[in-house]
Design a protein around this ligand. Sequence first.
Ligand code: NAD
Ligand code: TYD
Length: 354
Amino acid sequence: MIFVTGGAGFIGANFILDWIAATGEPVVNLDSLTYAGNLENLAALKSDPRHIFIRGDIGDSARVDKLLAEHKPRAVINFAAESHVDRSIHGPEDFIQTNVLGTFRLLESVRGYWGVLPEAEKSAFRFLHVSTDEVYGSLSADDPPFAETKAFEPNSPYSASKAASDHLVRAWHHTYGLPVLTTNCSNNYGPCQFPEKLIPLIIANALAGKPLPIYGDGMNVRDWLYVSDHCAAIREVLARGRPGETYNIGGWNEMPNLEIVHTLCTLLDELAPNSLIPRRSSLITYVKDRPGHDRRYAIDARKIERELGWRPAETFETGIRKTVAWYLGNQPWVEHVTSGAYREWVDQNYGERA
Ligand code: NAD
Ligand code: TYD
């Protein structure tokens, strides 16, 4: 079996659903269920014995040591993290706690477990660390996209904490020989993404007839990837990636935020027409920019294609249509996650930007 951390969040839950469908191999899922973790994301596996959910923290060493010894996974995949840049600006400490200290403790637990495995299992074992392109910093319009050789230049508390975790993972390979793999992926979108991130937030606000907040001039560029393509890439890296290597994963799909928001408005006008708001783009509202807002991210994903044959299966057009359809078909999910705590966050983040 494999051991996944953070599997009740957006990407982790999509990964577990796709993994069980694709491989049938059981998964132990350790997640502390922060505001971003939601077992509803895994409702389809509720009575499936191939998914074992455990509520717990990656930084709880005694607990993790025990779980590894009990379940004997052949691989650990670390999704657990604090993941939202704006929250990291308001409160960086949780990011240091989970992304840096938590990853360190997880690495130590895994090293202890791996170190006493029989030789064949030891050499087959993998620790896969899921990271972000944001560790590389910000690009100008004419810079080449991020290659794996690009120096880290993180600019937000979130990206700095992820960069720190990537460095720890690298060091545990070089110093202790732990067979690690690291993936640095671009912005994901798709089902079950918490509506604090751009795409689900815009969908939720547009359906509710609320303002669609655009930070700064709306011309910041991100490289968007449909989540199931990210999950497929992780499966390839786990199966055939070379220990100690990092693999960039991206959608070959750079778009400015404003274009994303216009695309969503057009799709919602088509799929969920509302006579009171015939054109959702009329809700677009420019708000105060994010401090230190990275201008552009772009991924050079040639290494993973060359070495492992992975390319995204979805285009942005197909992926975004599926995503909008998912949110339209899962309004109770949105209502459940946009509870009291969510409204407090919206007041805090957007109140200041008005
Ligand atoms: P998310 O915030 O939706 O989910 C994170 C999950 O981790 C939640 O279920 C949460 O409960 C859990 N968690 C947090 N702290 C924990 C702890 N200390 N112990 C155990 N569980 C804990 O995040 P996501 O968007 O699914 O991202 C998953 C991973 O992928 C993160 O490492 C993130 O940095 C990385 N990533 C995300 C994106 C993106 O666009 N969302 C892109 C590239 C990389
Ligand atoms: P986000 O989804 O938070 O991802 P990240 O900052 O990790 O790339 O934001 C994506 C882009 O959208 C980023 O440039 C910030 C911008 N943005 C807005 O313009 N308005 C919003 O309300 C949010 C949440 C993000």
